[in-house]
Structures are given as structure tokens and as C-alpha cells.
Write a protein of this length. Structure first.
Length: 148
């Protein structure tokens, strides 16, 4: 899942990596962005892999349970009012052992606010499996603990 996908800067390569045996759910509040993403998916030959989903501004739960292997939360969590709800629902949507790459832009998000979001992710049940997987910026890997 690419949550907060916009026009799919990451969704297209995620779909190329996933291949025709899988699906990439692309979620955003902006229908305009999802329309652009669908056009780009056709252009790049991955439209059969991509499923676009529009959600409401205050975040509403998506009806998926223990289905996801991986989710990307890139430069979006700081825009979501109910961060705790997002992490809780993300936890429920992932398979046991599923991973989230959670990253925020340094310019917009203070390290202390990033840390607060990580605490919300931990409250939802995630553990931090790798801090700083990318050299620069605010970024962690979260994992749905196989022991839970
Ligand atoms: C800064 S952009 C990042 C786009 C993309 N992840 C990237 O890194 O290229 C944030 C995106 O998150 C979307 N967004 C904001 N609030 C959201 C919410 N509550 N649920 C889902 N998407 C949301 C915005 O519409 C926008 O497309």
C-alpha cells in the first residue's frame, strides 16, 4: 500500500516491483491525484496492479484485514489529523511480519514531532526494526511484531 500516494511518484515503481501476481493499493484524499495516477499507471503498463482508493480528510478505515506485506507512509503522516487511528488501522491491515517504511520531510516536520508519531506507532503495536534506513531525513522501518 502506498498511503498518501498523490500522483504515484512511488506507486509506479512499487507496482513494477510487485508484478502481476500482486496488488498495490494507492490511497489519497484527493481524487484529482488518483485520476492522474491511474493515467500514469496505464502509461507505465501497471494499471492491472494498481487499485486506487479515496479516503476522507479525517481518515476513515479501509476494509482490509491482514492483507498487506508492505506499506509506504512517505511525507503524509504529518498531514493526517488522526495519526493514532492511522497507525492502528495500518497495523490491522498488515500481515504478521509486515513492514512499513515511515518517512517525513525534514523541512516540514520537527524531529520531536517525528518521534511523537513513532510513539503512536508503538502504541498501535509496531516495533522499530531499523532506525534511519536512509542516510538523510526522518525515516524508520516499522514491523508488525510476529510475536503479537
Ligand atoms: C506531500 S504529499 C506526498 C505524496 C507522496 N507520498 C510522495 O512522497 O510523493 C502528501 C499526500 O498525502 C495526501 N493526504 C493528506 N492527508 C491525507 C489523509 N488523511 N489520508 C490520505 N492521504 C492524505 C495528500 O493529498 C497528498 O497527496
Amino acid at each position: 500500500m502506498d498511503y498518501g500516494c498523490a500522483m504515484g511518484y512511488f506507486s509506479i515503481p512499487l507496482a513494477q516491483m510487485t508484478g502481476t501476481g500482486g496488488k498495490v493499493y494507492c490511497v489519497d484524499i484527493q481524487n484529482k491525484m488518483l485520476d492522474k495516477l491511474q493515467k500514469r499507471a496505464v502509461k507505465y503498463g501497471v494499471s492491472s496492479i494498481i487499485r486506487t482508493l479515496q479516503v476522507g480528510k479525517n481518515y476513515n478505515a479501509i476494509d482490509l484485514h491482514e492483507e498487506l506485506d508492505f506499506a509506504l507512509l512517505f511525507a503524509v503522516v504529518h498531514e493526517v489529523p488522526d495519526k493514532a487511528g492511522l497507525f492502528r488501522d495500518m497495523f490491522a491491515m498488515l500481515k504478521t511480519g509486515g513492514k512499513v517504511l515511515f518517512a517525513e520531510p525534514k523541512g516540514h516536520v520537527k524531529p520531536t514531532d517525528f518521534e511523537k508519531s513513532i510513539q503512536l506507532a508503538k502504541t498501535a503495536g509496531f516495533i522499530v526494526s531499523e532506525a534511519k534506513p536512509m542516510n538523510d531525513g526522518l525515516c524508520v522501518f516499522l514491523v508488525k511484531n510476529p510475536d503479537l
